[in-house]
Design a protein around this ligand. Structure first.
Ligand code: SME
Length: 152
């Protein structure tokens, strides 16, 4: 079963995105590279802050994702509202979880910041495996997001 080699992924993403400053182009590239690198990643996508307290779907890979998530709903909303990574081992135990796919068992959602410290959106990765993600995923994914979006 394939697991992401975050060190390799980080180098590949840096090379592919060098010099690019368009947020959606960067999100599309990051999502594609991540999604195909790890068997745990069954849905991989960004939600973008498009107006105060509102997330809208951005580039993603996997099945249909809901289009709009207010900050006060779901795991994605919690990440956006608190600015903190949400590691959910069991989505059924997370009050307010939005089920886009009934197969989803675990999620990790990370805030995405630019250089000015503005919240651009969140990265949501869903897995059909329970407790799929841990602090290692959180640290490695946060570092990749900071490399790519922290220079905008
Ligand atoms: N499960 C997320 C919603 C997004 S989808 O799973 C693609 C949430 O509770 O925020």
């Amino acid at each position: 079963m394939a697991r992401a080699d975050y060190s390799e992924l980080s180098k590949t993403i840096a090379a592919l995105t060098e010099g690019e400053t368009d947020t959606v182009a960067l999100m599309a590239t990051v999502v594609c590279e991540l999604h195909h690198a790890d068997d745990r990643f069954d849905w991989t996508g960004f939600y973008r802050v498009t107006e105060p307290n509102l997330l809208k779907i951005g580039p993603y890979q996997g099945g249909h994702g809901c289009l709009v998530i207010p900050f006060d709903r779901g795991v994605c909303g919690a990440a956006a509202k608190t600015g903190e990574v949400q590691l959910v081992d069991d989505v059924d135990a997370f009050s307010g979880h939005i089920a886009c796919a009934t197969s989803t068992r675990a999620e990790i959602v990370l805030p995405v910041w630019n250089a000015k410290g503005e919240l651009l959106g969140v990265l949501d990765i869903d897995s059909d495996q329970p407790a799929a993600f841990d602090a290692n995923d959180s640290a490695a994914l946060s570092a990749i997001l900071n490399d790519v979006f922290g220079r905008l």
